[in-house]
Design a protein around this ligand. Structure first.
Ligand code: SF4
Ligand code: SF4
Length: 442
């Protein structure tokens, strides 16, 4: 029996999405990869032309096509610049899925790594926490220090050394140990919200999740934070595994039935940008489509929500600080949220906001881009750090775990006395400094 022909992701896409590009080139100056190489194929316009050629049947997916799709950061700066409203986010996801499903990148090692991470670790956050706990043990026992100071690392290939240097610092306690499943405000309950604690955010920045819960409670929200949550699926959607992304979207909708909440809160820009498009992801799912539409209407980035409900500015008490704000791509380009984080920061007493040059330019983190494209990621990181230094700020604020971890690495590499922090943490600290006691886990 003949095998059924493979269904092309790009050929199956609504053709009007591919047709929208009018080749004007206004997206070229904002594209970091085009900026670096000046090659048309590394630009949004060039990539869309490749995708369209495949959709039209003029080109079969090749290794070069797949490499190009993985050289793209997915930063979506092109979407902000595009006058024709090209939905590059949707094209990008389908193009990477096309690259994966065509098999042109296949190797046994790569297939094993993808199964291990995307289909095993990130499909069950208990496993991710276990991996996090092992890394924490390695760091706590001083093995990491020993490895870094003994010279053993010099025996490893340079790529392994680079990866080791990027090992994130694992938090002493994960979100479920810091946040009660239900937290109530001291006064009347004005809103009922669900708090998504994320995957990387949970093991690397659980303190940011705790601060988010405290800030929400301080502003009249009943906060529901189930201790065992699911990945949002953005990692899968952005890396060509749309089927796994759909499974995770359904699990999240089941865990946080949108009809029960005024808002579903994310404090991770990359997750939020994906979470707001479950309806698109589940468009062919008759059982979940309706709930996914309601879900999309309820998802809010934390800064967006705080501004929407008119959050209470902290009273005096915070120390003076100058803060530069780096805009995560998936907040400013993906979600079009640029003013709300600045409003949150400006509300903090004694805080001077220093405008960061090229604040909307990608830092190079871009999900797992810094792991798979280290050269380009480091070029962008150096550019970002240079701008941070130019502001003279002692603090950089940014609302995405990938950016936080990547910028921390850049600051550490240059040995700079700069703190990198989520804006919500600065707000929570200001409430504490003003004498509002934080809500601790009972
Ligand atoms: S997503 Fe970013 S890197 Fe990719 S084409 Fe658009 S601007 Fe360029
Ligand atoms: S700005 Fe938009 S329409 Fe113009 S080339 Fe870029 S993607 Fe196409």
């Amino acid at each position: 029996m003949l095998a059924a022909p493979r269904l092309s992701q790009l050929r199956g896409l609504d053709y009007s999405v591919l047709q929208q590009c009018m080749h004007c080139g206004l997206c070229l100056p904002v594209c970091p990869t085009y900026n670096a190489t000046k090659l048309e194929r590394n630009s949004p316009r060039g990539r869309i032309a490749l995708m369209r050629a495949i959709a039209d049947g003029q080109l079969e997916p090749t290794r070069a096509f797949a490499d190009e799709m993985y050289f793209c950061l997915g930063c979506l700066a092109c979407m902000s610049a595009c006058p024709a409203g090209v939905n590059y986010a949707e094209l990008f996801e389908h193009a990477r899925a096309e690259a994966e499903e065509s098999g042109v990148l296949h190797s046994p090692g790569r297939a094993f790594l993808r199964r291990l991470t995307m289909r095993w670790l990130f499909m069950n956050l208990g496993r991710l926490r276990l991996a996090g706990a092992l890394i924490r043990l390695y760091q706590r026992l001083g093995l990491q220090w020993l490895l870094r100071h003994s010279g053993v690392l010099n025996l490893l290939p340079s790529r392994w050394r680079e990866l080791e240097a990027m090992t994130p610092v694992i938090q002493p306690r994960f979100s479920s140990a810091l946040i009660a499943p239900v937290m109530l405000p001291n006064g009347p309950i004005k809103y009922r919200v669900g708090l998504l604690t994320g995957c990387a955010q949970d093991i690397m920045f659980s303190d940011v999740n705790r601060d988010t819960a405290q800030v929400l409670v301080r502003n009249g929200c009943q906060v529901v934070t189930p201790p065992r949550q699911h990945c949002c699926g953005s990692l899968h959607a952005h890396n060509g595994d749309l089927e796994a992304a759909r499974i995770l979207a359904r699990r999240n909708i089941d865990q946080f039935p949108p009809v029960q909440f005024d808002a579903i809160i994310s404090n991770a820009a990359g997750c939020g940008s994906h979470l707001k498009h479950y309806a698109r992801l589940l468009a062919d799912d008759r059982e979940y489509r309706g709930r996914a539409e309601l879900w999309d209407s309820k998802v809010r980035d934390i800064h967006e929500w705080l501004v929407q409900i008119g959050f209470t500015p902290p009273g005096p008490g915070a120390s003076a600080q100058t803060v530069a704000y780096h805009e995560p791509c998936h907040l400013c380009h993906g979600q079009k949220i640029t003013s709300a984080p600045r409003q949150v920061l400006r509300a903090i007493p004694n805080l001077a906001l220093a405008e960061l040059p090229e604040s909307t330019w990608c830092c190079g983190s871009a999900g797992i881009y810094n792991l798979i494209q280290p050269e380009m990621a480091n070029t962008l990181l150096d550019r970002k750090i240079k701008h941070i230094v130019s502001t003279g700020a002692a603090v950089v604020a940014t609302g995405n775990p990938g950016c936080l971890a990547h910028v921390v690495n850049g600051i550490r590499r240059k040995n700079l006395p700069v703190r990198v922090v989520h804006p919500v943490t600065l707000l929570a600290e200001a409430y504490r400094a003003a004498g509002n006691p934080p809500h601790e886990h009972p």
